[in-house]
Design a protein around this ligand. Sequence first.
Ligand code: SF4
Ligand code: SF4
Length: 348
Amino acid sequence: MLFRVFPRPEMAKLFSLLADRRIVGPVLRGQDRSGRSLYDFAPITDFAELALDYSTTVYSPKSWFLPYREEVSSFRVTGREWQRKVDMAPGPPTVYFGLHACDINALQKLDKVLLSGGWPMTHYAAKRSQAFIIGVSCLPCEQCFCRSMGTDQAQQGFDLFLTDMGDYYFAEVLSAEAFGLLEQLSAREPNNDEHALYLDWVRQRERAFTCRVDTTDLTKILDLEFQAEVWQKWGAKCFSCGTCASVCPTCYCYGVSENVDLDLQGAHKIRQLHSCNLIDFAEVAGGHNFRPESHTRLKYRYYHKHRGFVEAYEEPLCVGCGRCGKACLAGITVPDVIASVRHEGNRG
Ligand code: SF4
Ligand code: SF4
């Protein structure tokens, strides 16, 4: 990795150098009932729209790579012939400008599942191959616990990662293309003082985390607590609405449906994201539901993220972004659920 610094006003120039591509970045969408700002990732043509000081977005950048609903293939019959259409829909080359470390790490986790193995997801791969990623440092918000999940910093998965140091940006450079862009700014190598200031900034940020999850021996604890009553307590609170999965940057479960046209001359295969908390998630042909009760579904979500995925990939499928807890109308948060399973305090 290379390091560079460049003056703050040159950020707008960096934006304009990338303007030949679609630029997707955080924008302010409005406020919630408590007056808190709501942000989303959206296409941007004007640098002034880019809200780089955003806290977190309601939906994650996952939606740009793994849309909620996507046509996988279709066919049409004409006479005795039929034509199959498979459009990977990669979209135009896109700059994702302003991703936080947790969301970059989330994409890395999705890559492990969706790009590896015998059957990589081609539509996802096409979009990933078109992406140029610029990360930005953030300060911890009330509900994020990325530091506990080891995802508060990104070591890979970006081209350029920027930290706002006041008068200048401290840049971590991972790709030749990013290096070439910085060459067009008045970027230079940081001196010793700038290195030291950056390290101070990192340490201060680490101290600012207030929300934590103890992951020590968590897989073993989850094994031991599989039948614990606490799961029923959380299940009784859960509305089985699936909101947590839809805002989560790492949930990737989906269903596929085949819809035949009314004239019976064609059909479309549609992939739609699903949620393991929805009542029909574990329903199979014949109508049997392996997880008819809400607590079994909620428990499954936690076991997939903090037990099964760790067994398969040696890391949890949660980046601690806190989105699910913020969005949950029942007030169910990962820190509270994990603490209650660990029998810490009175949470739950
Ligand atoms: S945990 Fe919350 S957001 Fe998730 S399904 Fe249950 S009620 Fe909905
Ligand atoms: S489970 Fe919740 S905290 Fe973890 S990555 Fe998903 S939305 Fe973020």
